[in-house]
Design a protein. Sequence first.
Length: 97
Amino acid sequence: PSFIGAALQIINGAVFIGEGIMQGTGSFLPLAVGNIVATAGMITSLKLLATPETFGLTGVWLSFTIFNSIRFAAVALFYQRNGPLAPRNILKAERGI
């Protein structure tokens, strides 16, 4: 579990920065939707992986990994498609639309 926790720090840093910027730009709906999906993924993975018969404590850490990976994917998707620095929004700003 300690190796999983150490590896998660890389993902966590990017997620916290990305979500902080989303809060700063007032993008609360995409932030909330991403966290709802991540929470559903974590609850599902906890039910499947965190039982003593399967992975136990390691399953809890794997579920936390799934949670933060989904959050990271939501942040990355936001910045690629809808964020203020998304390519299509930069083109709109350059065109003055």
